[in-house]
Structure formats: structure tokens, C-alpha cells
Design a protein around this ligand. Sequence first.
Ligand code: ADP
Length: 180
Amino acid sequence: MCNQNGFTLWFTGLSGAGKSTISEIVSEELRRRGLLVEVLDGDVVRTHLSKGLGFSKEDRDTNIRRIGWVCEILSRNGVAAIGAAISPYREIRDEIRGRIERFVEVYVECSIEKLTERDVKGLYQKALNGEIKHFTGVSDPYEPPLTPEVICHTDGRETPEQSAAKVLAKLEAMQYIPAT
Ligand code: ADP
């Protein structure tokens, strides 16, 4: 019998904005507080559950719906499920929100200028040169959330630790996790 109330923490934002970094810090802290946690990272999911899917709108929607479905099941079973994928389309994110009772959306916000400068994975330069087609934020759409529960500004205004602290504070305020 698990007495933990599950929830889904959903990170959305452009590639390199900081979804993986913040979700890693948050997940470690949640585990430290004794919660069951599972992270579904977009890049990792594309290597198995969504292997073979590309970056057309249809494939992107399928990928996000799959991650959402797994988060739904995990949440229902007492797990703190963390989704960290670009999830560019508002409609699909809202569809997932509608299916999950306890859903917390985190918009990981960073300007394209800063992302291009930082270019953690070297993808922006390639996208700008046209070597990668349909790259979110450069040559493919990204629809920011209108009313996310949390916004993390990762363009230099916040450190990853400060961004993670904002997320944890919100989870505490919503009483989804016990306060320390
Ligand atoms: P994503 O998962 O969104 O593709 P990553 O987490 O892989 O992005 O990369 C984010 C990069 O931004 C890292 O190099 C990280 O150190 C840096 N960064 C700077 N400020 C922040 C912040 N406040 N939160 C998260 N990452 C940040």
C-alpha cells in the first residue's frame, strides 16, 4: 500500500533551456524527501518508447501523448512523475493536463539569443545554418504556456538551483509534497 499522492510535474521549453538540469535537481531532492520519483526525459524517451518517431507535428504529438500517458499512470499509482520534453504545442499539453488530476506545469523560459549563444548541444548553429530542419524555436513553432504554475527564467537571471527551488516551493505551496 502506497500512501503517497502522486502528481505530474511537467517541464516545457526550448531545447537547452534547462528542463533536464532542473528536473534532475528537483528529482534528487524529492527522493531525498522520501518520495517515489520517475523522470521521463524527452531525449531518453525518443531512444525507446518513442524510437522511430521524427519531428513532424504528428510525431511530436504522439511522443508527447505517450509521455503524458506514462505520467498519468505513474501519478495514479502514487509516483511523482516528471515529464521533461520540449512539448511545443499548447493544445497537447492542455490535453494531458485535463487527464491528470494533479498536474503542475513549469515553463522553462530562455530567449533564443541566449540559447544560441550557449548552444549546449551545438544544435542551434546547425538549425540556423539549415542543417537541421524543423528545429523548435528556429524553424518550427513553440507555443509558451499561458498560465503555467511556475516560470523559471534560465537566461542567466536564475541559477539552476534557484530555478529548482522555485519548483519545490510551488509543490510545497500546493501541498503536493511535505515542507522541509
Ligand atoms: P534541456 O533539457 O531543456 O534541453 P539542458 O538541461 O540539457 O536543457 O541544458 C540547460 C543548460 O542551461 C545547462 O548547461 C545549464 O547549466 C544551463 N542553465 C543556466 N541557467 C540555468 C537554470 N536556471 N536552470 C537550468 N539550466 C540552466
